[in-house]
Write a protein that binds this ligand. Structure first.
Ligand code: MN
Length: 138
């Protein structure tokens, strides 16, 4: 079964590009355009990975990451933050909020796919989910 990636992104161009790259490489994509919508989809589809834009209206990516990490069923899903390259502080804040890694805008397709694969591989290497919670949120 192809891995499912939930993309939480309010920018249509970035949503289009990341969806295109992932689907072209065999992933199933679920799209959300806001934090609350993303949380609802995460709960419903239990994606293998979440791509999370930090700059979202109303509820920003940090708040979304913190909510995801509160739920035991979602706690172990890798979250990759999408940050603006100019905002150096964003990366640390994203990791503090529970993100597993980050990529910078503008998105470099090769680096993007490499980062996604790296986090999926790391999760598989961790063993089945039935072993219980790992990497609890800080
Ligand atoms: Mn945005």
């Amino acid at each position: 079964m192809s891995p499912t990636v939930l993309i939480i992104e309010d920018n249509e161009q970035n949503l289009y590009l990341t969806t295109f790259l992932l689907e072209k490489n065999g992933f199933t994509v679920v799209q959300a355009r806001s934090g609350p919508e993303g949380l609802a989809w995460a709960d419903r589809v239990r994606p293998d990975l979440i791509l999370l834009d930090i700059q979202l209206p109303q509820m920003d990516g940090y708040a979304v990451a913190r909510e995801l990490r509160k739920e035991s069923a979602l706690r172990d899903i890798p979250i990759i933050a999408v940050t603006s390259y100019a905002m150096v502080g964003d990366r640390e804040r994203a990791l503090d909020a529970g993100c597993s890694g980050y990529i910078e805008k503008p998105i470099d397709p090769w680096r993007f796919l490499g980062e996604i694969q790296k986090h999926l591989d790391a999760r598989l290497a961790d063993g089945p989910e039935t072993t219980g919670p790992k990497n609890p949120a800080k």
